[in-house]
Write a protein that binds this ligand. Sequence first.
Ligand code: NAD
Length: 365
Amino acid sequence: MMTPTRRSLMKLGAAAAGLAPASALAAQAPDRRLGYAIVGLGGYADVILPRFAECRHSRVTALVSGSPEKARRYAERYGVPERGLYTYETFDSIRDNPDVDIVYVVLPNGMHHEYTLRAAAAGKHVMCEKPMANTAAEAEEMIAACRAAGRKLMIGYRCHFEAANREAMRIARSGEIGRPRVVTAEHGFTIGDPAQWRLNRALAGGGSLMDIGIYSLQAARYLTGEEPVEVTAVEATDRSDPRFREVEDRINFQLRFPSGALANCVSSYGSNHNRFRVVGDKGWVDAEPATAYSGNRLRRLKDWRTEDHPVPEAPQNQFSAQLDHLSQCVMTGVEPIVAGEEGLRDMRIIKAIYLSAREHRAVSL
Ligand code: NAD
């Protein structure tokens, strides 16, 4: 087994793209705002749209919705001109709109693939929400399409831009808590209405793992800065519950990393969780809430005492930082820290988690 020194751990941390200082990229980008088209005006679009007000390099210039009335209402609120309003049917004509540089796909998971391909065909860069697609095969096609069109593809992994998560990554990968030995990451919520798309296999691609458990998977990967080599998983789903006729409820999984670090991950549609902890051989850091939209909090074990750990001041909130990151990458020709390949890695691991749960065996990656 590899035994990394503090120096090699620090090198690993610095090499991990997630820790690149965002300010350097911002300084290189011209003082311009790229135009975003938001596709799908649902719950998460409502979280994203107000955040353009705090962006330095991004603005919203188009909206795509099935409801023209809703699109007009949002256009008025966010200052989008009439010529920037599209339906799903007229979406492809976005190619003729020079005010749109980036298409942000905020649709149900099962539609990410189609709209990313259509956006790339229209010559636009793409921000696509998590999970990247329903399957790894779709994710591969999305990467290929954007590459062939010479356009950037980024996945909406906002936690890479969130101050508490970035600080936890820094601590975990710097050697300050020694070698990470065990990560625990728990994400879940009690899901309601059985008729919603999140419980429809074609639109969601799967259950809690695709929607919320993916945060546990991401945390295990960005906290260790490593890629898992083996997974085991166990699922518990009551198929007589009308919510879980098509998708799984709870699926817990374990990951083994090359350094020997282990992760225990919870993914649940039947209970509320939002936390992680990295335990090294010299201490630990944890977060709860860990991946919320705001108010994430850190604690550490220091000298055998548990202490609150201050979250460093960040120049931007996670949403604006994420939007500006892609704009800056487009303007400077740099690859996003969470490009399509990052989404694809998760899709492949998710496939292995489902396989492990189904066949009751460890799956090598
Ligand atoms: P939502 O149900 O609130 O909104 C979905 C939107 O898609 C609606 O405007 C709906 O009208 C539209 N739509 C178009 N065709 C549809 C169809 N056939 N069925 C259902 N809706 C259709 O969902 P949401 O919570 O906004 O999630 C959208 C995406 O954003 C998902 O991929 C989700 O995983 C992701 N998301 C990410 C975060 C995050 O923190 N990064 C948070 C929430 C959601």
